[in-house]
Ligand binder design. Sequence first.
Ligand SMILES: *Cc1c(COP(=O)(O)O)cnc(C)c1O
Length: 421
Amino acid sequence: MNQVKKATTAVRKGIEADKHHGAVVPPLYLSTTYSFADFDKKRAYDYGRSGNPTRDILAETLAELEGGEKGIITATGMAAVHLITQLLNVNDTLVIPHDCYGGSYRLFTSLEKRGLLKLKVLNLTLEASFDEIIKIQPKIIWIETPSNPLLRLTDISKVVETAGKCGALVAADNTFLSPALQNPLGLGVDIVVHSTTKYINGHSDVVGGAVIAKTSELGAELAWWANNIGITGAPFDSYLTLRGIRTLNVRIKQHEQNAFAVAQYLEQSPYVEQVYYPGLESHPQHELAKKQQRGFGGMVSFDIKGNINDTAKFLTSVEQFTLAESLGGVESLICHPATMTHAGMDPQARLEAGVGDTLIRISVGIEDVQDLINDLERTFEKTKPGQGVTYSSAEVQKNKNDESLDNANVNCLTPAHAATW
Ligand SMILES: *Cc1c(COP(=O)(O)O)cnc(C)c1O
């Protein structure tokens, strides 16, 4: 077959694969079990946990988009993250960045507490961390770039070079950019992990994950573990996720175009303290973003002026952005990492990661961008963050009674919140 571009692979992989009826879209196989062709003669598939034709098309598509030899589809993104830890023995060390996804941080630290692995948390934007890695001799270095929620970048080539000096594997969580904008395997990484829940499915209606291995040996080992511990994805979820991938390329372009405009708007707003978006020249790693990414993505974070009260008021006054966790869907979402996505981190670790009470994260959707900007403008003008706005007396009374607003930074750190992501 002719070599085609990634956008074509995303649209066409598995199209016309149906041998029976010529269905253009690959069929959804729900059967959990498959007949043997004869005594002791297994067909390509025997049991749904181990293999499924619909799931395999999704796995092959993602492997091709990331440039890997083998893809494994898991039930959730966290299952994909967990799968990587199956490569570790109890004395092996895993290096993770201090600002990785809250759920991954929780999983890794919980496994460490039970003595199932050794963990070293490092700030991978610091030079000293690389010397430290060589001293520690980890088995796996985990990276996530850009990071959540501050959109900090990790220099992938530098991590790969360091890993080469100490024989470590590098695993990259590529959820924030998707294979449309960044391919870590091409930069020497060994394993890519995705929460397909986000941009890959793109419609906020499937929770899923994927692991893509650079080599077939590593892929086979991970696939063996995925079947062994029973975390492979459901056929119907795979079917929907594959449908999402068909439009990944056009969606990502619109997400990025809108995010860029929103970031530029926020940067000039008098109500904003600081904007975090790798596409802005003010981003300290803008040059690195241009080097290792093919785009800047659809996530924008910013610190609003004022305090947590201003932040809460702003978040509950926007209309075109839904106050919700998650990201990567066609609709715009807005979230408060300190009380939502990062509530499970202990307060000290959260502050060290730079996630303060006035930080707001937006997953910019593909709506008309002027509608989004108009809504932000209207909300700033209405709530006037950081300008000691005089609320109506009814509102002042409500805020006085509502201690949760003033204490949200304390309340948010209870385990009850932590259980939600
Ligand atoms: C959402 C997310 C995960 C976890 O994926 P789930 O599908 O929610 O289990 C892991 N890493 C990143 C960067 C994420 O955004």
